[in-house]
Ligand binder design. Structure first.
Ligand SMILES: Cc1cc2nc3c(=O)[nH]c(=O)nc-3n(C[C@H](O)[C@H](O)[C@H](O)COP(=O)(O)OP(=O)(O)OC[C@H]3O[C@@H](n4cnc5c(N)ncnc54)[C@H](O)[C@@H]3O)c2cc1C
Length: 396
């Protein structure tokens, strides 16, 4: 008899497995229909011995000290600041658009102050910002929108930006300085030995059993468990009662080249001419030294594995119906990007899983994150010997 059956061994499922086993002594069975743990963050050494990300580049970044500290229990880190160039008009230019992007694109020599005025002149007034197109055009005008955003978004989503919620491009900042970092979070780093190694350590507990190549529907009725943590697609759980929730998919084309470096940046975006959206060269991300190099092309697809929930009003409406069913489901917790039908970064999923664990054990997230079965004993011992609790003793 297991206390929990966890469906999916990505961040959501694995964090909850670790917390339930290590924090509460629960017996957990975690299954995944794929042949590996780590979900979309899975990485492995390819035939040439180069560490690659099977499902496209995963860059860890967060502003949450709690999340970073929690994951640091299972990995050391390699400091890494992500940088991206966009191939536009035969040049490779920094993205997000910054001072250098504008100066190089137009052969200018503007200062930070002047480029601000430049954007203001280009920006088109828009009373109500509804779509992704409105977001960009109202900030940097139509020409930059067309060069950098329009076709990229059309390829990525199969929809024109004018048909997509403002939230899709709301996160694309423009800068008037020369900062060419893709993210500005306080913590930016890659797991030193890769994501899969980090997951292996997270799941390394005698109370956790792992079943791979296993769809939960094949085993759920045959094994005993008290509660389920479900991190798969929410519509599938309810047999598509209200129809299928639409996703955008990707096809990854991996290649290894007999040269030390393939391109001049970790990621180069191709907004316009190509069928793919971007090329990633993994050695930049991992810091690995090797005489060959591996890259991946991403080709957006309408069908295939579910990667990006499509942020449109009608889809939010379908999801709301499934959520109402989920809220009433007995002994099932819905966690993660597929079960909540929203694009989340890895750190947000870790936070979501830690919060869910806090709810299960009736604690605040922070307390629930540091609690382990073994430090409960240390904590109790400190209380008997000193007559008072020692906060230091309760922290691992
Ligand atoms: C191309 C791409 C790039 C990304 N890059 C970044 C990035 O740079 N930085 C970042 O922070 N985030 C990035 N993300 C987001 C990141 O992948 C997610 O935040 C994270 O993987 C979510 O974890 P999860 O556990 O919710 O889902 P997943 O990792 O998808 O795990 C869910 C698991 O459930 C399993 N499952 C589903 N149905 C069943 C079933 N019926 N039975 C058994 N198992 C099942 C699946 O096989 C899967 O392994 C990226 C996402 C994509 C698609």
């Amino acid at each position: 008899m297991f206390d929990y059956l966890i469906v999916g061994a990505g961040f959501a499922g694995s964090v909850l497995a670790e917390r339930l086993a290590n924090g509460s002594g629960k017996k957990v069975l975690i299954c995944d229909k794929r042949p590996h743990i780590a979900g979309n963050a899975f990485d492995y050494y390819n035939d040439d011995g180069i560490l690659i990300h099977k499902y496209g580049p995963h860059i860890f970044h967060t502003n949450s000290a709690d999340v970073f500290e929690y994951l640091s229990r299972f990995t050391e880190w390699r400091e890494y600041q992500h940088r991206v160039l966009a191939s536009v008009d035969g040049m490779q230019l920094p993205i997000p658009i910054n001072l250098d992007t504008i100066n190089k694109l137009y052969g200018l020599n503007l200062t930070a102050f002047e480029v601000e005025e430049f954007f203001e002149k280009l920006a088109e007034k828009c009373d109500v910002i509804r779509t992704s197109e409105d977001v960009v055009v109202s900030k940097v005008g139509r020409e930059l929108y067309e060069k950098f955003f329009r076709n990229y978004t059309r390829k990525q989503w199969g929809l024109d930006p004018s048909e997509l919620d403002a939230s899709v491009t709301a996160r694309v900042p423009t800068r008037t300085n020369r900062d060419d970092r893709y993210f500005t979070d306080s913590y930016q780093a890659m797991p030193k030995h890769g994501y899969t190694r980090m997951f292996e350590k997270m799941l390394d507990h005698p109370n956790i059993k792992i079943m791979l190549n296993c769809d939960y529907r094949e085993i759920a009725s045959q094994i005993g468990y008290r509660e389920m943590i479900y991190t798969g697609p929410i519509d599938q759980f309810f047999d598509y009662r209200y129809g299928k929730l639409p996703y955008r998919s990707l096809e990854f084309k991996h290649e290894t080249h007999d040269t030390e470096t393939f391109q001049s940046a970790p990621v180069i975006n191709y907004p316009n001419e190509q069928a793919f959206t971007r090329i990633t060269e993994f050695k930049y991300l991992t810091g690995q030294e090797h005489r060959k190099t591996s890259i991946v092309y991403e080709f957006p697809q309408a069908t295939g594995d579910p990667y990006y929930p499509i942020p449109r009003k009608e889809n939010a409406g379908i999801y709301a119906k499934y959520k109402a069913l989920a809220d009433n489901a007995q002994n099932v917790h819905f966690v993660g990007r597929l079960a909540t039908y929203k694009y989340y970064n890895m750190d947000q999923i870790v936070a979501q899983a830690l919060t869910e664990y806090g709810k299960i054990v009736g604690m605040k997230r922070k307390e629930a994150t540091i609690k382990t079965k073994s430090n409960e004993k240390v904590f109790a011992a400190a209380q008997t010997s000193n007559g008072a609790s020692s906060p230091a003793a309760s922290i691992n």
